[in-house]
Design a protein around this ligand. Structure first.
Ligand code: AMP
Ligand code: GLY
Length: 429
């Protein structure tokens, strides 16, 4: 099989790394890929949002399966374009990806299908939005309807903060048209949980539990990032909670999307809040989490190719997958200043030593080659991923490998997996 991975971050390196291990793959391409992906695939300089060029690439290279990593090409309709040409694609259609691409669609869909979510209303008019903030007592979350590169949700402590967020979106249009409509919702309290399933539009196959750490600094302080690390399994997700989420959130979603004529095929990534009243759905993403994907695929024992094919073709999806017994932990090494502004182009040392450690894989996220040298090229640079007998052992193995790597300004969290340790009643290694 000739396979293409769309994207060029740490998540896509993990996808390419796992696909490359399949005996069924005869040719593997990535667009645009990155220097890490180049070790296992042929990287083609086509951006993940350049739909015409991607379609041409799939035709030219006679690609049998396209695996889409990021949300942007899905929201733009890449899956529709490929499916229309009879080219199997792992990832939802444009209408299905609206679960991530439109907060207004998503929240109204949850309400239509009786899925527990924060109380909300949608607005185009700032005055009415501000009235609703007052009705909520100021503890509100203001969300731009459309795609805002992960910055479109503002969690507010008081009325003034919510008023400002509403003004930014509806009046000052800081997110452009993406902020022409907003959702204002009740701010929920509790522990956040991610839940991943694969679905072919009808059947549902839950993935292992994985959690990320969004805040930039230890102890969940500092600004939010795309994710500074992840671990799997996540002890918070036991069998009873898994069943409850499948029955009250995931299955109603998959059934509802099919019933509304937008069957969802791909990874469905639910962001939930575990409130005193039970799990409530915050949002869906139409893709794998990054860096959750890195720990999930490090643990996946099954071949990923037939699984992606089953999702793409809408038949043959198994009810469950086989996972390695070991835990996996991924520590993200970021550029100094990330998630704010940062410099790139710094040489990276120590990769060979780190990667030579047993059970350790280095997933490239923001790296680049300059005159043959590997240098930093983005905010999140590397995801140092390690397997261990349990979460504590995986943490120890990951941080031992982190100690091998160095670049100017490198920063990372020292407490990845700490929440799992706390639940297991274990001290940091
Ligand atoms: P979203 O863009 O919907 O994923 O929101 C981004 C982040 O904002 C989530 O991961 C939560 O940490 C937070 N968040 C979103 N909605 C709520 C809510 N209703 N209550 C509390 N926190 C929220
Ligand atoms: N790590 C969270 C995300 O990918 O959205």
């Amino acid at each position: 099989m000739r396979v293409l991975v769309v994207g060029g971050g740490g998540r896509e390196h993990a996808l390419a790394w796992k696909l490359a291990r399949s005996a069924r793959v005869t040719a593997l391409y990535a667009a645009p890929g990155n220097p890490g992906i180049a070790e296992v695939a042929e990287c083609v300089p086509v951006r993940a949002d350049a739909l015409d060029e991607l379609v041409a690439l799939v035709e030219r290279e006679r690609i049998d399966l396209t695996v889409v990593g990021p949300e942007v090409p899905l929201i733009l309709g890449l899956a529709d374009r490929l499916a229309a040409r009879g080219r199997p694609v792992f990832g939802p259609t444009r209408l299905a990806a609206e679960l991530e691409g439109s907060k207004v669609f998503a929240k109204r869909f949850f309400a239509r299908h009786g899925i527990a979510t924060a109380r909300f209303e949608t607005f185009e008019e700032p005055g009415a939005a501000r009235d609703f903030v007052r009705a909520l007592g100021g503890r509100a979350v203001v969300k731009a309807d459309g795609f805002a590169a992960g910055k479109g949700a503002v969690v507010c402590d008081d009325v003034a903060a919510a008023d400002r967020a509403i003004g930014d979106m509806l009046e000052r249009r800081v997110f452009g048209e993406a902020g022409a409509r907003v959702v204002v919702e009740e701010r929920l309290e509790g522990e956040e949980l991610s839940f991943f399933v694969l679905t072919d539009g009808e059947r549902v196959c839950p993935l292992a539990a994985a959690q990320d750490h969004k805040a930039a600094l230890d102890g969940d302080r500092g600004p939010n990032t795309g994710g500074m690390g992840a671990y799997s399994p996540a002890p918070v997700l036991d069998d009873a909670l898994t069943r409850r989420i499948l029955d009250t959130v995931i299955r109603p979603t998959v059934r509802g999307m099919a019933a509304e004529g937008r069957p969802y095929r791909g990874v469905l990534f639910a962001g939930l809040m575990l409130t005193a009243e039970g799990p409530k759905l915050l949002e869906y993403n139409a893709r794998f989490g990054d860096p959750e994907c890195q720990v999930l695929l490090a643990r996946l024992a099954d071949d990923l190719v037939p699984v992606c094919q089953a999702v793409a073709e809408g038949r043959g999806l198994p009810e469950a997958l086989a996972w390695r017994r070991e835990a996996a932990v991924c520590v993200v090494l970021a550029s100094g200043g990330y998630p704010g502004s940062y410099k790139t182009g710094y040489p990276i040392a120590g990769l060979e030593a780190a990667a030579a450690r047993p059970g350790v894989t280095l997933f490239h996220a923001g790296t680049a080659r300059e005159d043959g040298r590997l240098v930093t090229g983005g905010g999140r640079v590397l995801g140092v991923t390690a397997l261990g007998a349990g979460v504590p052992e995986a943490i120890a193995a990951a941080y031992a490998a982190v100690a091998d790597v160095a670049f100017e300004g490198m920063h990372y969290r020292r407490d990845i997996g700490g929440r799992a340790l706390a639940r297991l009643g274990r001290d940091a290694p």
